[in-house]
Ligand binder design. Structure first.
Ligand code: NAP
Length: 245
């Protein structure tokens, strides 16, 4: 378990990133919560501390190299190292390809894929010297199977899987493992807002007959961040109730 380890989580202030942060904190990890909005970051950090965690917040945009460098500097300044990086920050700008705007393509690729590249490059400088690291990229089932109306998002998540495997090969000699978690349909603010009929239709495509929870994803991340996963690298762990296998 990641006890005493320093974990940087992007998009940590709500949704899946918040559950991941709380789950890592419950295992004794120190949390560096990165998010783009000051108020939500402050709120999340207060919650992590109230739960007994050592935690700091860093407000920054994962698409900006300077912000990302600062995020790693702050982590090292405060806690001396970076053991775990969870590239979780992600956005959607859905639309059919014929009508997709250049800005919608660029925004999604920038946050979901370039953001993970920038955070990985910055964190690996520290992990490489430590000869230790765990990098976990939050992909998506639709990066594995595609989805009409989400070409930009699916391309970004498929790209993240390629990034995971390449980095796994490149970083292994420094004892840094790199894996991805590919969530299926997860209960979030977004899926909560769906009509009951749509939720039932979604659940009907899932062998385990329910949407996943943010905790289902957090449990997979805790495992990949732990010593128990030391011999696993370059893997894509599907957490999707069996909807894609
Ligand atoms: P969410 O609730 O929208 O949370 C994402 C967080 O990332 C937000 O706090 C957001 O801040 C932050 N963020 C966005 N752009 C950022 C940037 N440029 N720099 C720093 N932080 C940024 O999303 P979620 O549903 O928890 O999803 C988390 C991850 O899981 C994403 O990568 C998503 O693609 C993946 N995923 C989710 C599902 C699902 O069903 N929810 C399924 C498969 C995969 P603001 O809100 O303030 O912009």
């Amino acid at each position: 378990m990641p006890k005493g380890k320093v974990a940087v989580i992007t998009g940590a202030s709500r949704g899946i990133g918040k559950s991941i942060s709380l789950a890592l904190a419950a295992q004794g990890a120190t949390i560096v919560a990165v998010d783009i909005d000051q108020a939500t970051t402050d709120g999340a950090v207060a919650e992590f501390q109230a739960a007994g965690a050592k935690a700091i917040g860093v407000v920054g945009n994962v698409t900006l190299a300077a912000d990302v460098e600062r995020m790693v500097e702050k982590a090292v300044e405060a806690f001396g190292r970076v053991d775990i990086l969870v590239n979780n920050a992600g956005i959607t700008r859905d639309g059919l390809i014929m009508r997709m705007k250049d800005d919608d393509w660029d925004a999604v690729l920038n946050v979901n894929l370039k953001g993970a590249f920038l955070c990985t490059r910055a964190a690996f400088k520290v992990m490489s010297k430590q000869r230790y690291g765990r990098i976990i990229n939050i992909a998506s089932v639709v990066g594995q199977m595609g989805n009409a109306g989400q070409a930009n998002y699916c391309a970004s998540k498929a790209g993240l899987i390629g990034l995971t495997k390449s980095n796994a090969r490149e970083m292994a000699k420094r004892n840094v493992t790199v894996n991805a978690v590919a969530p299926g349909f997860i209960e979030t603010a977004m899926t909560d807002a769906l009509p009951e009929k749509v939720r039932q239709e979604l659940a009907a495509q899932i062998p385990l007959e329910r949407l996943g929870s943010a905790d289902d994803i957090a449990n997979a991340v805790v495992f990949l961040a732990s010593e128990s996963s030391a011999y696993i690298t370059g893997h894509v762990l599907s957490v999707n109730g069996g909807m894609y296998m």
